[in-house]
Design a protein. Sequence first.
Length: 732
Amino acid sequence: MPEYSGRVDALIFRNEDNGYSVLVIKPEQGKAFTCFGTLPFAQEGDLVRLEGEWTRHPDYGEQLKVSRFSFDQPATAGAIIKYLSSGGIAGIGPDTAKRIVDHFGAETLKIMYEHPERLTQVHGIGKVKAARISADYLEKRGGQEILMYFLSLGISPSVALKIYKQYGRDAVTVCRSDPYRMADDIRGIGFLTADSIASGLGYFPEDPRRLQSGIKYVLTEALNGEGHTFLPCSELLLRAEKALKVPVDSLSLRLEQLIAEGRLVREETDGVDAVFLKYVYECELDIAVRLVRLNLMGSFECPCDVPETLSDGTVLSKAQQLALKQSLSNRVSVITGGPGTGKTTLLKGILECLPAKEKVALCAPTGRAAKRIGEATGREAKTIHRLLGYAMGEEAAFNVNEDNPLDADTVVVDEMSMVDIFLMRALLRALKPSVRLILTGDADQLPSVGAGNVLKDIILCGRIPTSRLCEVFRQEGGSRIVTNAHLINKGEMPVMNQKDSDFYITRSSDAANAQQEVISLVTRRLPAYMGLDPMRDIQVMSPMKRGDAGVYALNALLQSRLNPAAGRPCIKRGDTSFYSGDKVMQIKNDYSLCWVRDGEEGQGVFNGDIGYVTDVDPEDKTVSVRFEDGREAVYEKDMLEELELSYCISVHKSQGSEFDCVVLPLLNGPEMLMTRNLLYTAVTRAKKLVVIVGKEECVRRMVNNNYIERRFSSLCPRLKLYACAYEAREFR
């Protein structure tokens, strides 16, 4: 790759957060040119060396896209005067620059860096001005040298800037003494990055710091990737051995050290020798304590006689009436059941029976779910984050908390199967001791994308009053979706391809054929025959991410058909290109991402939020997204790892959402993926139409496969233990 050198003639743009800059470079010979890239600390007057590729901007012409760069120090007196005269250092203009260089000559920059107190020898520079010049130059020079150090280790400029922002002038010292510390301290730098840096610095594979950091990494991956709140000790050591390629004996010693130092917690849980990250252990413990205390605070007197018929004429079954009374009488209660079993009807009944003066808060984990329950009940509903008043910052924090509790007498949480341990803990912390808490959801769906198994653990513990609704009421217009969902859940084959039905299978013999069927259905047949919008009404889901009928392949094909590039601006992240108009999904909680909605400003975009790209700016390297609830957020390039195309999504990512039409390719796949509850979850996401593309035999195998991969969590046994202890007055 060709190298270019020259002086920074002008700084056109700089994003101080990520270092993205647009500069004009004046070489020693030839014409000035514009370059762009992550170029932190580069100021007017700096001498730089650049490597990159030439690109053509439609408005600004040819520009150099910088991939690597370094700083040069000016060596001659004339070059130093130009450098200091540029205005990049506070307190130095052209006259002052000339006086300094006249006094110190070619040694000027060395004097300023190593003996800045000697600046007072120059006429017109006193102690105050010398200190100001020195501080600014030392910060700039120090930042440049630190940046160059990390670039020499093969670290990208954006990551190097994060390290510098965290540690300042101590960055190199911290990196050399313990690079693994960065994985704990800096958001966006994980164990793998720290391990790569350590390897470049000559750290041995069995260095204690590496092994300890690696063990925590394995637990964190299990938490974020699989939802486990702990790992059995033997499982943890086996995974760590595989990840770190170090014998178990060496790892055992470091694991014991982490436990002794209190950085991990080891405890027997329901007969399992469990190891927890400390903050995860404390989270599950806190949830159990608060739920047990609230549940045993004493019952309510039912505010009215339980009605047999609601105000809209809906007749309640005996089971619904019992569930209604139980929900109104207890401090904490759960309502669970499959689609069409009357959970929403029951919520309407609860709201009708509560006194008019009762303050009720209705919420759900996602904006889509909150909107749906609000429309169904005729009451205002909010996301849990919005209800708790998310406080801006890097981590999850809320303005509504123990010190400022929620002003509500009754709190109803819908779609509880989506709630993870961290959101549940935040909600419980925000409740007054006198509150009534009603939790509703379908316990047979897949567990939450986030960590834990909250709803199922609460039900299984047997200590929280639970109403399970089984009778199916909703079968509007002969719909087969609801009845088929219940057939699947009972281990029976769904009824497909009946005349005038809403549940079909299009037979495909292999993945390549299924891929073409999916594309045809979404782009042509369903829009033509049913008037469905392929972007907003139809959602393709796949059990698998890879393969011809997997998420990645179908996303690429659907993007090319529904939102073709046609030479439009794009920004790439890995193998994915983002264009204006793309359908996208947020795939991790980002509590610091800013958004705007109708003049309101806030922070926080969350796992599973679906939106559409409204603008792509290749020059600023930003992608703007408008989410379905109206929030608009801007993503810089290094944040695009948080976005995925969502023309096709995994079934796991569909939780809490409903779509008019679900298209579901089903062929052969791993037994642990092709399960009954995955099929059940996918089918229950559809409101008007389900189209399976694949083999009936695959559907049959999934219906018969009641395998449920265990999610390691300790909430259920804790609830049992603390309830017994509290009742025996051993625990308060």
